[in-house]
Design a protein around this ligand. Structure first.
Ligand SMILES: Cc1cc2nc3c(=O)[nH]c(=O)nc-3n(C[C@H](O)[C@H](O)[C@H](O)COP(=O)(O)OP(=O)(O)OC[C@H]3O[C@@H](n4cnc5c(N)ncnc54)[C@H](O)[C@@H]3O)c2cc1C
Length: 232
């Protein structure tokens, strides 16, 4: 069909300056939203992207801040991804008698502990379909995940997150790593280059959603399809 594909190439300001585009379709997706928390220096704060895409290691216990499907996904990933020491400890426990296994596994790092902390008092991941949500929560519970609703963060230190609950009680949750799953912002930087150069463009996919709208693979495909149909 004559479509030229260039991979590993970012569309940047200079590309817009080249001025050879009659129309640009912007499908640049989203980046993690980072709320303004104040925290002690040295606190290990990561985004869901750091963990899922860039594979930054986490130190247990972990507090995941957020309440949607992404918070559940990242919690599940952490709970299901043993570090090398846990992996060998799990292997020995499954393949040796208890007595022999304990000789080798003593002192091994225990399985990670994950608490999902959500500000609202709504059901966790309430925007997901009922069945998907049910399966996800069952799975997280079986993996030892913990959940806390209606918790407003008061402070974050190197070893704990302090939160105020709806009944005004203060709670301290042990945490060596904080993972932010607090929504996504559309990646719209390229549109500013295009605006300056007066190049017409259309934003499709999750880049066209606001922070409170949930993007999905199907809605992104649909918006691309609808745009394609609109071309004469
Ligand atoms: C953890 C997680 C789990 C999810 N699970 C589901 C799920 O189960 N079901 C579901 O339907 N949806 C899910 N989603 C949402 C879904 O991934 C998005 O809605 C969908 O990927 C959006 O597609 P998109 O093509 O608009 O953007 P993206 O898939 O984000 O693609 C945007 C692309 O543009 C590239 N890009 C950005 N800037 C530039 C630039 N300047 N130049 C060139 N390239 C650029 C990016 O590198 C990226 O490859 C999940 C999201 C997350 C974060």
């Amino acid at each position: 069909m004559g479509v030229k594909i260039k991979i590993s190439t970012a569309f940047e300001e200079n590309d817009a300056i080249l001025d050879k585009w009659s129309h640009v379709v912007v499908a640049t997706g989203t980046s993690p939203n980072i709320p303004e928390f104040t925290y002690e220096s040295g606190v290990r704060v990561l985004t869901y992207e750091d963990v899922l895409k860039f594979k930054f290691p986490v130190q247990s216990p972990v507090v995941v801040i957020g309440a949607g499907g992404v918070a559940c996904d990242v919690a599940k990933y952490i709970l299901k991804t043993p570090n090398p020491l846990q992996a060998s400890s799990n292997y020995l426990q499954n393949n040796m008698t208890d007595c022999i296994a304990s000789q080798y596994t003593e002192g091994a790092i225990p399985s990670p502990k994950v608490t999902i902390l959500q500000r609202s008092s709504k059901k966790l991941a309430y925007k997901l379909g009922r069945t998907t949500r049910w399966i996800l929560i069952q799975e997280l519970t079986q993996l030892g995940g913990m959940f806390m609703r209606g918790a407003s963060i008061e402070s974050i230190s190197k070893c704990a997150v302090k939160a105020i609950l709806i009944d005004r009680k203060q709670m301290s949750i042990p945490a060596k790593t904080i993972v932010l799953a607090t929504g996504q912002n559309p990646n719209l930087l390229v549109t500013s280059f295009l605006e300056i150069k007066n190049i017409p463009f259309t934003v499709i996919g999750s880049a066209s959603k606001s922070i409170n709208e949930r993007g999905s693979i199907s809605s992104s495909i649909k918006s691309g399809y609808n745009f394609a149909l609109s071309i004469n």
